[in-house]
Write a protein that binds this ligand. Structure first.
Ligand code: FAD
Length: 400
């Protein structure tokens, strides 16, 4: 067996193999995934699926039959343990499989709390896989007390689901404000107020000192000395790119598996895409943790395996659903120096600028602001702040 072997049957891996086939690649394709289920979408795990409003089958990116029908050898529940670059083979315990092109789409892994502070107690959960969410779902009972550690999007989405299910929710964020790493103060303020209206007790500038309990978590001591009684804990303290195989194989690593502009690693027969990969961007490198990046980068790498020679140009966007608010984000806000607010009552958006240049938009229940902002940012154009700030003005004039 040779052809293309893809390690990691998540969003990027599944997109890549489908693209290869739809673009006419006729050689053997093998997609290997450690999880026992066909490739699925993760975003609903902390949204509709956790709420119990989405069936399992709807998570699947494609019907399971698709892979056999298109001649893709999907091997599930199988962990690749090594890469023999000299022999061009992947190693799975005793078994080996040769490749002409190898693609690493190994994604990322959630950070866990150390066992020394109770991170290994029963009732302590992370939110990455279907198995993680299925394990925590029975604890989502009205009246149950949940502590959420971390005020990023995953923690806030879990808090929204828990509050919607009638649970008592405390969320602690060690930084001075929720979403500090990814958003402006205005966006943090918006979501703090939203959660406050739903009864979530958000404590900022407060860390977790340790979890309490014998086998099962029963309490938590916070850095301000407070002790809480809890029934379950959800940990949303970030993810790390899964570079283990690449590192062991001696590939270059730099905030993820380092690839060139076309998605090739430091070994030209090995490519990488999605959460695990960092690519050249401006003066440095960029690694994105989002579905659109996983899909677009996988598509680009598939084209380059077919010899297209195209550079990956990210068009970053992201979304988050909390209660009845849909947040849509376009662009990268890094380096902004001011925010322009467009407040249309139910529809609110925050526009990030550096000097006169529009960098990013956070739009809350405002699909038009998102759409206009995205078109401008993708085209490298800016937006007149006076028009943006005037909620009565039609944003479409900005598109010229
Ligand atoms: C709860 C949750 C909510 C999210 N919400 C959003 C959202 O609203 N919007 C958005 O844009 N993004 C969201 N994301 C992020 C998005 O899901 C990821 O960016 C995306 O899944 C990345 O795709 P990937 O293919 O790179 O990695 P993954 O989807 O993580 O897939 C990697 C796969 O590789 C497998 N693997 C790793 N090592 C091996 C090995 N050695 N052998 C075999 N298999 C291996 C893993 O088991 C995994 O299944 C969310 C993520 C989570 C967890």
């Amino acid at each position: 067996m040779s052809g293309v072997v893809v390690i990691g049957a998540g969003q990027a891996g599944a997109s890549l193999v489908a693209k290869l086939r739809s673009e006419g690649y006729e050689g053997p394709i093998t997609l290997i995934g450690e999880e026992p289920v066909p490739p699925y979408q993760r975003p609903p795990l902390s949204k509709k699926y956790l709420l119990g409003e989405m069936a399992l089958e709807r998570l699947y990116l494609r019907p399971e039959s698709y892979y056999a029908e298109t001649g893709i050898d999907l091997r599930l529940g199988l962990r690749v343990t090594g890469i023999d670059r000299a022999a061009r083979e992947v190693v799975m315990g005793e078994a080996r499989l040769s490749y002409e092109h190898l693609v690493l789409t190994t994604g990322s892994r959630p950070r866990h709390l150390p066992a020394a502070i109770g991170g290994d107690l029963g009732g302590v959960h992370v939110v990455r896989t279907l198995a993680d969410v299925d394990a925590m779902a029975p604890g989502f009972r009205p009246g149950a007390r949940v502590l959420i550690v971390g005020g990023g999007y995953i923690g806030l989405e879990a808090a929204a689901v828990a509050a919607s299910r009638g649970m008592q929710v405390v969320l602690v964020e060690m930084a001075p404000r929720i979403l500090q790493r990814v958003a402006a103060k205005e966006t943090s303020d918006y979501f703090r107020a939203l959660h406050g209206r739903h009864g979530v007790d958000i404590r900022e500038g407060v860390g977790l000192e340790r979890l309490l309990g014998d086998d099962q978590v029963s309490g938590a001591r916070l850095s301000d000395g407070t002790e809480l009684a809890v029934d379950m804990v959800i940990v949303g303290v970030g993810i790390v790119p899964d570079t283990a195989l690449a590192e062991a194989a001696g590939l270059a690593i730099d905030n993820g598996i380092a690839v060139d502009a076309q998605g090739r690693t430091s070994d030209p027969a090995i490519w990488a895409a999605g959460d695990c990969a960092s690519f050249p961007h401006g003066e440095g490198r960029l690694r994105l943790e989002s579905v659109p990046n996983a899909i677009d980068m996988a598509d680009c790498v598939a084209g380059n395996i077919l010899g297209r020679g195209v550079d990956y140009v990210p068009k970053p966007w992201f979304w988050s659903d909390q209660y009845d608010v849909k947040l849509q984000i376009t662009g990268l806000s890094t380096g902004y120096d001011r925010i322009v607010t467009r407040d249309g009552g139910a529809a609110v958006s925050f526009w990030y600028y550096r000097g006169d240049q529009l960098l990013a938009v956070d739009a809350m229940n405002d699909p038009r602001a998102y759409m206009v902002g995205k078109r401008l940012i993708d085209a490298g154009k800016s937006a007149d702040p006076a028009v943006v700030a005037d909620a009565g003005a039609d944003l479409k004039v900005l598109l010229g």
